[in-house]
Ligand binder design. Structure first.
Ligand code: TXA
Ligand code: MG
Length: 328
């Protein structure tokens, strides 16, 4: 059976997808960051299907997506002042806030944590879907656990096609990397996962320093955001993150290159240039699709050039480090 792929800009398609959600089904939908695999956040059975479809461990909590900030009271116990400031400044947009969990949210959604990650996505189809479903939608990225996130409907169909009830096709995602996850638990705002909103932007909005959680959880410490898992976003082909610009390969291996800007050196079996214009935003938008294309070539090794580890570049470097972790 082939999955139903529906045009995200068609109101009838949104209504149909919302009905799937209301009946406890799974709908993959576009957001400005990556495609999500959504289910009614208040329906435990439906949420369990998300974990099964992705082969995702249940210790990894899901983000709850709202149609508007006004829905916050349905899923959180309280909203600290800093959260209100960030929501007003960045929602709809690529920012997830970790807040005290409301009683209506099933423990499965939050992996038993007393907090819940929430965001209002900046994609009209995503908000229309949530609105029409009438309930918050729990959604991880729509990829098998540990693999590269999807930024087109085709990416979702390739990997999860037979496990979702419908896919809303809204074209390529504008931002291309996931939302920034900010915890306000400790009093001091902390970025658990760098993403579409930069730390610099958060600091400017709050008028105070914002911490950056360690790259990954140390052994024995609880996992704050399993996006912190050291190996994640991984290609099947081993990927090595370079410390500077690439030079031509010398051995007999077939090597692919993920270059940051042009012109890339010669001698590679395949090359993807992330940002022909040198802009980090362009690199972020191209990142996951480029990784997937390189991974599909069946090469021996992928090399990735670094980009400046600041602003949106921090999110790109975070994904590349995790992709490279565990590779030889
Ligand atoms: O941009 C995004 O955030 C995308 C789109 C679909 O919205 N979603 C996404 O979901 O990236 P996912 O499941 O692939 O990554 C969500 C991350 C996980 O690492 C999870 O651990 C963390 O969010 N997270 C969720 N709830 C949390 C909580 N209560 N405390 C700490 N981390 C949480
Ligand atoms: Mg993910």
């Amino acid at each position: 059976m082939t999955v139903r792929v529906l045009p995200a800009d068609d109101p009838a398609a949104i209504a149909e997808a919302a009905l799937v959600v209301r009946r406890g089904g799974l709908v993959a939908f576009p957001t400005e960051t990556v495609y999500g695999l959504g289910a009614d956040a208040f329906n435990v059975t439906a949420v369990a299907r998300i974990f099964a479809a992705k082969a995702r461990p249940t210790f990894d909590p899901l983000i709850v997506h709202l149609a508007a900030a006004a829905w916050l009271a349905r899923v959180v116990r309280s909203t600290p002042a800093a959260a209100r400031t960030l929501a007003a400044r960045f929602w709809p947009g690529p920012l997830t806030l970790v807040l005290p969990k409301g009683a209506a949210v099933p423990d499965l959604v939050t992996a038993g944590l007393d907090t819940v990650g929430v965001r209002v996505p900046d994609h009209p189809a995503a908000r229309a879907l949530i609105e029409a479903a009438g309930a918050p939608i729990a959604a991880p990225s729509a990829n098998p656990f540990g693999y590269v996130s999807p930024t087109t409907a085709a990416h979702v169909v390739e990997q999860l096609g037979d496990r979702v009830d419908a896919v809303l096709d809204g074209g390529p995602c504008r931002v291309g990397v996931e939302s920034t996850i900010v915890s306000l638990e400790s009093g001091r705002p902390t970025v658990l996962r760098p993403g579409g909103v930069t730390r610099e932007e958060l600091e400017a909005a709050l008028g105070q320093p914002v911490d950056r959680a360690n790259g990954h959880a140390a052994e024995g410490t609880p996992l704050q955001a399993p996006g912190q898992l050291e190996r994640h976003y991984s290609t099947r082909t081993p990927l090595r993150l370079l410390s500077g610009p690439a030079t031509a390969p010398t051995g007999t291996e077939r090597v692919g290159l993920l270059a940051f800007a042009e012109p890339p050196p010669a001698g590679f079996a395949a090359v993807e240039v992330l940002a022909p214009d040198g802009r980090p935003a362009t690199a972020a938008a191209n990142l996951f699709a480029a990784l997937r294309r390189l991974d599909a070539r069946g090469l021996d090794l992928l090399l990735a050039e670094p980009c400046p580890d600041e602003g949106l570049g921090s999110a790109i470097m975070d994904r590349l480090r995790r992709c490279a972790a565990g590779a030889v």
